[in-house]
Write a protein that binds this ligand. Structure first.
Ligand code: NAD
Ligand code: UDP
Length: 310
């Protein structure tokens, strides 16, 4: 049945894919975004649809709307952007999530919170299970995001226990694809943009750190399944469990773009996690989750997107 769905951060990378998918499925969509890292262009093709509405709004301010479901995606996700105004990042995660939980409580909407693999910090367990409590620095430059998202999870579970709010919590692992902004700062878009422009490819550290990269279409399916599953609130890991070093990623992107860019090595940022890979067993069991786009295919699609834009 068609639903009234609110997507915060819907002008951003993941949120815009989610909006498109849910609109095409026949739902009414309201997007709230303050356009910090999101862009109206990500939604241009949806703006004239009668079931689509875009509102410039910052979720650190409260808002009254009548909706059935809320996807709380608002928050800059790239370290460069979330560290550019760390106090704002904390406010978005704490005050913003409280506002959305308050709205969910008032209108009895189900709310899905976009949490992150960053709640595991620099993990001492590998791969990361949902039962792992994490290894997070409380006072570092990543803390505004990591600790902000941890508090957001806590708020979700407290609203659930104390007020019976119908929550879903997902922990997203590194996701990439079309509609990332060229200056997003995350590794996949950085390397592709650098390779296409013939600029140096900037590896931070020696490139031996690992990440597990998920193509956005796979993630979006998992997110929507999690919102609509019954009797399971999470938290659940969502991503792709193929693990690659940053150096392997750089080499793959140089090969696929046919670029003459050379790799340069820059200092590793503080608290940069050494290894990261999701255990996806719970997602498989509860959501029948699986990924279909391997890194090579996803990188090719992302190169195609950026090659028209940089
Ligand atoms: P993004 O930066 O492209 O999108 C975030 C969106 O939120 C942007 O449109 C931005 O303008 C908006 N926003 C930020 N603060 C806001 C505020 N206070 N009020 C209203 N809008 C605000 O990032 P993304 O990759 O699309 O990430 C979406 C969500 O998923 C984020 O919550 C992020 O933490 C989470 N996540 C993403 C990844 C990933 O790899 N992409 C990994 C883990 C978690
Ligand atoms: N990274 C890099 N060069 C870049 C951007 C990022 O080597 O131009 C590294 C970064 O240090 C980290 C990994 O790539 O080890 C993933 O970084 P990203 O910012 O994409 O995500 P996160 O650190 O949040 O997983």
């Amino acid at each position: 049945m068609a639903k009234r769905i609110l997507i915060t951060g819907g002008a951003g990378f993941i949120g815009s894919h989610l909006a498109e998918n849910l609109l095409n499925a026949g739902n009414q969509i309201i997007v709230l975004d303050n356009f910090h890292t999101g862009r109206k262009e990500n939604l241009t093709h949806l703006l004239s649809h009668p079931n689509f509405e875009l509102i410039r709004h910052d979720i650190t301010d409260s808002i009254k709307l009548e909706v059935d479901q809320i996807y709380n995606m608002a928050c800059p996700a790239s370290p460069v952007h979330y560290q550019s105004n760390p106090i704002k990042t904390i406010k978005t995660n704490v005050l913003g999530t409280m506002n959305m939980l308050g709205l969910a409580k008032r209108v009895k909407a189900r709310i899905l919170q976009a949490s992150t693999s960053e709640v595991y910090g620099n993990p001492l367990e590998h791969p990361q299970n949902e039962s792992y409590w994490g290894n997070v620095n409380t006072i570092g430059i990543r803390s505004c995001y990591d600790e902000g998202k941890r508090v957001a999870e806590t708020l979700c579970f407290d609203y659930h226990r104390q007020h019976g709010v119908d929550i879903r919590v997902i922990r997203i692992f590194n996701t990439y694809g079309p509609r990332m902004i060229p200056d997003d700062g995350r590794v996949v878009s950085n390397f592709i943009v650098q390779a296409l422009r013939g600029e140096d490819i900037t590896i931070y550290g020696d490139g031996s750190q690992t990440r597990s990269f998920c193509y956005v279409d796979d993630l979006v399916k998992g997110i929507i399944n999690m919102m609509n599953v019954e009797n399971f609130v999470g938290p659940v890991n969502l991503g792709n469990d193929g693990e690659f070093t940053v150096k392997e990623l750089a080499e793959l992107i140089i090969k696929e773009t046919g670029s003459k860019s050379k790799i340069i090595y820059l200092p590793l940022p503080q608290d940069d996690p050494a290894r990261r890979k999701p255990n996806l067993s719970l997602a498989k069991e509860k959501l029948n989750y699986s990924t279909t786009v391997p890194l090579l295919e996803g990188v090719k699609k992302t190169i195609e997107y950026f090659s028209k834009r940089v």
